[in-house]
Design a binder for this molecule. Structure first.
Ligand code: NAP
Length: 249
């Protein structure tokens, strides 16, 4: 029997990059997976098809996680499709980089709304179901930037650091009901998000990584799958850096 057989999972922002890899990995380990996306319907359908091709079960659901009402509807849709919600992965995220003095209110608000408020609204909806079930796992995708900061990413670092505080607080609240809440903090992972960075920025990043190589979406997916599984049944409120030796915090 596969380790996540009989479980249902919801991964936000699962049409591309790290989220797609997480959805595929949870599906490979036997979970029924809801693949959330904002605009990339075709890419989300491809992820669903890949999970089905592995013999798994998956559905694609559009929802903009920066809209709290849409988050509630999304959680309800997954619960009615699968009959439960056992694993929630808050992965959807965006960047709007810029130096503090030039950062617009819009760029601040957009990053906080998607990366932090979205995870809050998703957890609020999922927690109600999971507390009733007296079981569940939530994994929030933060970033090493939330641990150590980054010039030009004040909005993103604040949202990702906030997500760590949110993770630890909710972990304390839900632990008595056997619901675990953890965070993964990826370092530099090769996706669309990092493909946009210039060569000098990439080289500078590589210089900070002890293992001298960038990570893959699969590296993050393996950590999330572990934290979502019974192998991590005594682990809650933790932040697991997947960064090839970048932060050492
Ligand atoms: P990516 O390739 O840009 O993919 C972002 C995903 O999030 C897409 O599936 C996108 O959906 C979805 N998304 C964006 N805004 C959304 C919204 N409002 N509602 C629902 N879905 C939304 O990003 P990535 O590199 O895989 O990053 C995934 C997560 O890891 C993010 O939280 C990011 O901050 C974090 N992270 C990444 C790195 C890295 O090096 N790549 C490092 C640390 C942390 P559509 O396709 O529909 O637009």
């Amino acid at each position: 029997m596969k380790p996540l057989e009989g479980r249902s999972a919801l991964v936000t922002g699962a049409s591309r990059g790290i989220g797609a890899a997480i959805a595929l990995e949870l599906g490979r380990r036997g979970a029924a997976v809801a693949v959330n996306y904002a605009g990339s319907a075709r890419a989300a359908a491809d992820v669903v098809a890949s999970i089905e091709a592995q013999g798994g079960r998956a559905i694609a659901l559009q929802a903009d996680v920066s809209d709290p009402g849409a988050c509630t509807t999304l959680v309800d849709a997954v619960a009615s499709a699968f009959g439960s919600l056992d694993i929630l992965v808050n992965n959807a995220g965006i960047t709007r980089d810029g130096l503090l003095v030039r950062m617009s209110d819009e760029d601040w608000d957009a990053v906080v709304a998607t990366n932090l408020t979205g995870a809050f609204a998703m957890m609020r909806g999922a927690a109600k179901l999971m507390m009733k079930q007296r079981s569940g796992s939530i994994v929030n995708i933060s970033s090493v930037v939330g641990l150590v900061g980054n010039a030009g990413q004040a909005n993103y670092a604040a949202a990702k650091a906030g997500l760590i505080g949110l993770t630890k607080s909710v972990a304390r609240e839900l632990a008595p009901r056997s619901v675990r809440v953890n965070a993964v903090a990826p370092g530099f992972i090769e996706t669309d998000m990092t493909a946009a960075l210039s060569e000098p920025v990439r080289e500078a990043a590589l210089g900070q990584i002890a293992m001298k190589t960038f990570g893959t979406p699969g590296d993050v997916a393996a950590a999330v799958a572990f934290l979502s599984s019974d192998d991590a049944k005594y682990i809650t409120g933790q932040v697991l850096a997947v960064d090839g030796g970048m932060t050492f915090v």
